[in-house]
Design a protein. Structure first.
Length: 164
């Protein structure tokens, strides 16, 4: 049986459980995290999603992104995802930025918490989830956006809020 994720309302109260595919299809709100991982030089790591991803394959995405599993807090999910997707083990300086309902598709939203972290740890990509990734200056990311490179709606939402 597929994992049943918490479905929430606009107040972030759990109103049920569905697997991801069902939640996407029915446009129900899942809980998720995005993490902006910075180098000591202030460059932002962005990943290119794997080509086999259900949504937004080969799109640029936040450094780390993932869904909150049953019984997990947003912070616990962020720490788990940092380790799974990038191999990062030190999360002491993980900083909460905001939690809000953000667009993740056409007429589809996720209750998402944005965290930031700075690291000098070596990054090991989770190949099933991530095709590639790199640290970029904020100016370079702005340039990629202007050039029309494919970015997930969630990354664009938080990036534009942070850097406009």
């Amino acid at each position: 049986m597929k994992l049943q994720y918490p479905i929430v309302n606009d107040s972030d109260q759990i109103i049920g459980y569905k697997n991801k595919e069902q939640a996407y299809k029915e446009r129900m709100m899942l809980r998720s995290v995005q993490i902006f991982v910075y180098s000591p030089k202030g460059e932002l790591f962005i990943q290119k999603r794997a080509k086999n991803k259900l949504r937004y394959p080969n799109y640029f995405c936040a450094s780390v992104a993932g869904h909150v599993e049953p019984g997990e807090s947003y912070r616990k999910t962020a720490i788990r995802e940092l380790k799974e997707e990038l191999g990062l083990k030190k999360a002491k300086n993980l900083k909460f930025i905001t939690k809000e309902s953000i667009p993740v598709g056409e007429n589809n939203y996720a209750m998402t918490t944005l965290f930031t972290i700075q690291t000098d740890e070596f990054i090991t990509l989770q190949k099933e989830e991530i095709d590639s990734g790199n640290f970029y200056t904020i100016e370079k990311i702005k340039q990629l956006i202007l050039e029309g490179a494919p970015f997930t709606p969630g990354l664009l939402h938080f990036f534009n809020k942070q850097y406009k």
